[in-house]
Ligand binder design. Structure first.
Ligand code: PEP
Length: 250
């Protein structure tokens, strides 16, 4: 089964009304491969603005985080209902910056994903090993544990609302990219993991993105790998080359 190519942009904590208006407006005006699913994650205060500009185009908007309740005494958090109320149907969860700067653990990230899906969002679920874990040959062990946390709490049919982003932490924002073969090897193994933890159908159908310093220069070779279904792009999603990355399949 051919999986749809998917390119996510992660703006992180960058932007202003002016910059978001320009970036989303430029994307909307650009000639994008219509077969590619495009989702940009923007800071919470700009979800409404980005969604309004992107409306009617193939560009969808995501939140960069959300909590496990829809309202209440949870100062500083945002909920799936709020995300939808601002015109977005997606959320990025488990990004390495949430894991390693803000200390989010697998169980909480998985609960967030479960709650987001139950409340009508689609989830870009990020996983990835640290440099020292890779060097200790623990890459698959670490990524398996991260996927297992999610597999334990969502139903097999919920996986249609999940896109996995494999982002080796040592490659994020560092300019170091996994070689296409290294990334392909992990993605292929992740399908074996999904087969064991969920089922073969989910393993075959779930889009697995690669993330970590993807650029206009590296996207073609990475995107040609059979188990790489697209990218989650940080730094380069703020640059004109993002359009070339979206158009990788062409
Ligand atoms: C990211 O933020 O998910 C990411 C992959 O960043 P970068 O492309 O800058 O490495």
């Amino acid at each position: 089964m051919a999986r749809t190519f998917f390119v996510g942009g992660n703006f992180k904590m960058n932007g202003s009304k002016e910059l978001i208006t320009k970036l989303v407006g430029d994307l909307k005006a650009a000639k994008l491969d219509s077969s590619v699913e495009v989702v940009i994650a923007v800071p919470a205060p700009y979800i409404d603005l980005a969604s309004s500009i992107a409306k009617g185009s193939q560009v969808q908007v995501a939140a960069e985080n959300c909590y496990v309740k829809n309202s209440g005494a949870f100062t500083g958090e945002i909920s799936p209902e709020m995300i939808k109320d601002n015109g977005s149907n997606w959320v990025v969860l488990g990004h390495s910056e949430r894991r390693h700067i803000f200390g989010e653990k697998d169980a909480l990230i998985a609960e967030k994903a479960k709650f987001a899906i139950e409340n009508g969002l689609k989830v870009i679920y990020c996983i990835g090993e640290l440099k020292e874990e890779r060097e200790a040959n623990k890459t698959m062990e670490v990524n398996t544990v991260q996927i297992e946390a999610l597999a334990k709490v969502i139903k097999p049919e919920d996986w249609k609302n999940v896109v996995i982003a494999y982002e080796p932490v040592w490659a994020i924002g560092t300019g170091l990219t996994a070689t296409p073969q290294d990334a392909q090897d992990v993605h292929k193994e992740l399908r074996v993991v999904l087969t064991k933890l969920v089922n073969a159908d989910v393993a075959e159908k779930t889009q697995i993105l690669y993330g970590g310093s993807v650029s206009g220069a590296t996207c073609v070779e990475l995107g040609a790998q059979p188990d790489i279904d697209g990218f989650l792009v940080g730094g380069a999603s703020l640059k004109p080359e993002f359009v070339n990355i979206i158009n990788t399949p062409q």
